[in-house]
Design a protein around this ligand. Structure first.
Ligand code: KG4
Ligand code: ZN
Length: 347
């Protein structure tokens, strides 16, 4: 680390593990550079049930975890003997799923005599834009605002210094990813909904159907439950005559318009000039381009990680863990898994 580094990181190679929901992932980082980031998705498994089944997720993690770790090490060209610390998501998430990654991490740390640190999944998402992957290398400025948009979260987090998080806003009802997923289900587009809507919306007219954009007065709050009901009503009203690409494009526009307006209003409200957009929904092309265009117009730099670092992955966990290790955090072999947990404490 140099004096000009925006935040401290652990200097040696780190092995990171993420199993909090439906992706089994392992990554190797050296400083901020991602040397390998392997993700084994369970999407096809859970598609038959239309959502994540916790017991099935845990079993699939058990099957995938060792091959995924081995592949991450091989891809990074750093053998296990070269790894200097182990980091793992231990909260929040599905406890059965988390336990698989945490057990693997503890075993590796014990056998190799390495430091171990548990990472908060959302701190991983918050750190994802600052990882160096291919030609993506962006520095945070402090303070900045984080917009976390995933299947379970729509949150605004003010980051006043490295690791200093303040939750300043959230959805009053559904998460943005949930709005995508539920709209997709109503439109018969299957699971997971975000990608399905984005794909079919490419051939649709976003102005065809008028759908509500709920804009609660407080600049920090979101609401998406009305949209789901409106899409359901639209399907009932139009029946077989509905144009699905147009409906998908209209739903996508309604969700992304709200995110763009509210996130930039909140950035202004908190007087920050950098907005980091993270989580699975940040992979959405329309959201990325609209935020960047509108942000540029208003003098707010919008940073979005490469799509592979938006959805759940171990690289982001590795960077958050590296930062925690460098600021002195250590966990013992008693590290617990937690279904719910507040944002991590100041380092
Ligand atoms: O961050 P993530 O992988 O998992 C959670 O922690 O929830 O986010 C998953 C969510 C799902 O709701 C999925 O539909 C949405 O992200 N998503 C997308 C896209 N890719 C994933 N939503 C819109 N457009 C996409 N391209
Ligand atoms: Zn996530």
């Amino acid at each position: 680390m140099t004096d000009s580094a925006p935040f401290p990181v652990w200097p040696g190679p780190v092995l990171a593990i993420e199993t909090s929901c439906d992706e089994t992932s392992a990554a190797v980082l050296v400083g901020r550079t991602v040397r390998a980031n392997i993700v084994s998705s369970q999407v096809d498994l859970h598609a038959q049930w239309g959502g994540v089944v916790p017991e099935a997720a845990a079993r699939a993690h058990v099957e995938a975890i060792l091959p995924v770790i081995e592949l991450a090490l091989r891809t990074s060209e750093i053998p296990l003997e070269g790894i200097t610390a182990i980091v793992v998501t231990n909260r929040p998430g599905l406890v059965g799923a988390l336990s698989v990654g945490v057990t693997a991490a503890k075993t590796l740390a014990a056998v190799r005599g390495l430091p171990l640190v548990g990472v908060h999944h959302l701190e991983g998402h918050m750190m994802s834009p600052w990882a160096w992957v291919d030609d993506h290398a962006v520095d945070p400025v402090y303070p900045h605002l984080g917009l976390i948009v995933s299947g379970g979260h729509t949150e605004l987090v003010l980051v006043s210094a490295p690791g200093r998080y303040e939750l300043v806003g959230e959805t009053l009802d559904d998460a943005a990813g949930e709005a995508f997923d539920k709209s997709a289900r109503v439109l018969g587009l299957g699971y997971p909904g975000g990608v399905a809507i984005a794909r079919i919306a490419e051939n649709g007219n976003p102005q065809r159907y008028a759908l509500p954009r709920a804009l609660p007065k407080d600049p920090n709050h979101f609401s998406f439950s009305g949209l789901k009901t409106a899409v359901l009503r639209l399907v009932e009203k139009e029946g077989a005559g509905i144009c699905v690409p147009d409906a998908a494009a209209s739903a996508q526009a309604a969700i992304t318009d709200v995110l763009v307006q509210k996130a930039l209003a909140s950035a202004d409200y908190h007087n920050v000039r950098q907005l980091a957009v993270v989580g699975g929904v940040a992979a959405n092309t329309r959201l990325r381009t609209e935020l960047q265009r509108e942000g540029a117009r208003r003098g707010i730099a919008v940073v979005v990680p490469p799509p592979a670092l938006c959805t759940d992955n171990a690289a982001m966990i590795g960077l958050a863990g590296s930062f925690r290790l460098a600021t002195g955090s250590r966990d013992g072999l008693g590290l617990e898994t937690l279904p719910n947990a507040p944002l991590p404490p100041n380092p």
